[in-house]
Design a binder for this molecule. Sequence first.
Ligand code: ZN
Length: 303
Amino acid sequence: MNGRLGFRVMNGLLQAAIVGSLLVASVQAAEPIRVLIVDGQNNHNWKSTTPILKDFLLKTGRFTVDVVTSPPNGQPKEAWNSFRPKFTDYGAVVSNYNGELWPEPVQRDLESYVSNGGGLVIVHAANNAFTEWPEYNKMIGLGWRGADFGPRVTVDNDGKVVETAKGEGPGAGHGAQHDFAIVVRDREHPVMKGIPAEWMHVKDELYHGQRGPAANMHVLATAFAAKGVGGTEANEPMVWWIPYGKGKVFTNVMGHADYSMKCVGFQTIIDRGTEWVATGKVTIPVPEKFPTATTTLSDDAAK
Ligand code: ZN
């Protein structure tokens, strides 16, 4: 080998090594997931809760977060012409919206976004929305609807999912707000893996009697709705997911108010659920300081 050829070979090897290490680096530092929070109407204080959602999602370092705000309630139809969220720009859409039905094109956009593999996360009263939108009902499985709307889903004390027929038993409601225990029902699910089997959630409304098509429901966590606080004496679904086409819809009915959303458990489930619907994987760790079976933990107390 003459000197010149030797130099070329060495140079080629060096270039290959540099390209190789760049490839490794780009695989290791995962691209941030783009998240879109939708708000603008809610019978809850979305102006105080959206910033909390945004803040704790950003703190994971895993997401970038945009917010799209709808027109307020009662505006003329034209006010909605500029409300055209570009769902396909995002890995996940988080709904903090409970209000007027979106314009038809926006409904169709959300349906095609999720069915083509997009991720949708439903927070608390977002499952109260859109009773009259059939595909939305399929996506969320259970919503804040009357007993005649569809079946109800609970979990018995052996962990078996029980369906109650349409018209039988209570419709949607909740008792008085209180701290309550969350019981994880699928500890192998990527979102739930590493989360304690039972832990106390900060004061919240405990939704019961939710109704809907309830097809393909995967119940991930429940809470017992005690009669003494206005509940149903049943293990009510708190967290579940549903496949919709190639996409996933992840619902967490906790999160009534700012204090409920400060629960470390609530935040961990939204963070990991959002990552999971976007990528099918969970890399966000369960925080070392986590609520226990007897004590709640708010994020300001966890620091
Ligand atoms: Zn509420």
